[in-house]
Design a binder for this molecule. Structure first.
Ligand code: NDP
Length: 407
């Protein structure tokens, strides 16, 4: 029976998901792209039609309103909702899916708009509801979270009896030529990097001031880059789902210029999320900053260079210690050539499409709310290779490291 797919959110990631679903129309059937601003959906639909020949429908929706969402899901008769709006909309979209008994997928965990804190608690709390409604929710099916969780599950399945340490390494060596811009939603991005660092070791979370732990990692096909320890959401589920784990950390690369801009913006209060009074009006500084910064979707045609995201894993197999590094390299210009988006949106949108494809094909299907590492990684890994995100595995000596010690 022909399927129907509803994509919510028409930003950088929504653009890639729309393209990739259209390129897999046999699975996704009739596709509708809906967002707050319908004109953005129409522009994407036009590009998708011109490049792939597939016509997709568009609609307007306020995804903060469960009522509007329910009406749209009923009207489109969707079999699955792919949520690539903002993390603030996760709960309303999940609730609408539950009300309509439709499967749900997202790429980022819920964040309250008034509190810069993200965690799975409220989404996991809907597990029972999803089971009762006989539907599935797949959380965090982007790259990180998403592919990084699948890489860990793949390492666990094929290379280790016990995984002891995981370092998730996220490098974006792209250059868009602007003095300062963010590669995905500026508000989400800036909230993430200005938050305290956190990693997990020997059963407890250890908190650090923002960006105080720096290491230089040598990324294949990119080279050595300054990498900073951040909290990142996939650690929360991996800590729960990977037995024997002793430590997990997450590092992301940032250039000096980016960090200097960030520091200045923070010092002058531009990253604030509380409303401030300005000439008789209330404005939220970080939202105003978003208005000033280049739209991430506009970076596509100007960005050159590569991304490399992977997992560096140590543990034991057959009693012997070993190290495995699984990673994926994308080229910004090649991504743009294919779907008119740079690599950060591409590496998020392709896994969102793959997760939804596996759900629709019932190759990954279990009622309730789930994270990526709970499923057999093999079908996902195969799809990555054929859908534009080929990956590599390096089996290394037990004491191997990619970290470059600074003098
Ligand atoms: P953008 O800001 O480019 O796009 C977000 C889209 O959501 C916009 O089209 C926006 O509409 C729409 N939207 C926002 N609020 C509402 C609402 N209330 N109702 C309907 N639509 C709404 O973000 P990105 O495309 O860069 O990111 C999309 C998601 O992907 C985010 O959740 C982000 O956190 C996640 N992400 C995940 C990654 C991963 O690896 N897991 C990496 C990068 C991003 P409008 O155009 O009107 O503003």
């Amino acid at each position: 029976m022909s399927k129907r797919t509803l994509i919510i959110g028409a930003g950088g990631v929504g653009n890639v998901v729309a393209f990739k679903c259209a390129m897999n129309a046999d699975t996704f059937g009739e596709i509708t792209l809906a967002s707050r601003t319908k004109s953005k959906c129409d522009a994407i639909a036009e590009n998708v039609k011109a490049k792939t020949g597939v016509a997709i429908k568009t609609a307007q929706v306020d995804a903060d309103s469960v009522e509007e969402l329910v009406a749209l899901i009923r009207e489109t008769e969707a079999d699955i909702v792919i949520n690539v709006a903002l993390p603030y909309q996760d709960l309303t979209i999940m609730d609408a899916c539950a009300a309509c008994q439709v499967d749900y997928l997202d790429t980022a965990n819920y964040e309250h708009p008034d509190e810069a804190k993200f965690e799975y608690k409220e989404q996991w709390a809907r597990d029972q509801l999803f089971r009762e409604q006989h539907i599935m929710g797949l959380l965090g099916s982007g790259f990180d979270p998403g592919v990084t969780n699948v890489f860990v599950a793949y390492a666990q399945k094929h290379y280790f009896d016990e995984i002891h340490t995981i370092d998730i390494l996220d490098c974006n060596a792209g250059d868009h030529g602007y003095p300062f811009a963010t590669n995905f939603n500026p508000e989400i991005n800036l909230r993430e990097v200005s938050a305290k660092g956190r990693y997990w070791e020997n059963g407890e979370w250890i908190e650090t001031e923002p960006m105080v732990i720096k290491q230089v990692w040598d990324y294949p096909e990119v080279g050595p880059k300054d990498s900073y320890l951040l909290y990142h959401e996939e650690m929360e589920s991996l800590v729960k789902n990977i037995p024997h784990l002793k430590r997990i950390r997450f590092f992301m690369t940032f250039g000096e210029s980016y960090l200097t801009h960030m520091k200045v913006l923070e010092n002058v209060g531009m990253l604030g999320i509380e409303p401030v009074e300005h000439q008789g009006q209330k404005i939220i500084p970080i939202e105003f900053l978003k208005t000033l910064l280049p739209d991430p979707a506009s970076l596509g045609p100007r960005t050159k260079g590569k991304t490399n995201i992977g997992v560096f894993v140590k543990g034991i197999k057959n009693g012997e210690p070993k190290t495995v590094y699984i990673y994926q390299v994308s080229d910004h210009e090649k991504c743009y050539e294919e779907v008119m988006s740079q690599a950060v949106s591409y590496t998020t949108g392709v896994p969102a499409m793959i997760g939804a494809k596996l759900m629709l094909e019932k190759r990954w299907y279990e009622e309730g709310v789930h994270n990526m590492e709970e499923f057999d990684p093999d079908p996902f890994m195969e799809e990555l290779n054929t859908q534009g995100l080929p990956w590599k595995v390096m089996e290394l000596d037990a004491d191997a490291t990619l970290e470059v010690k600074e003098n």
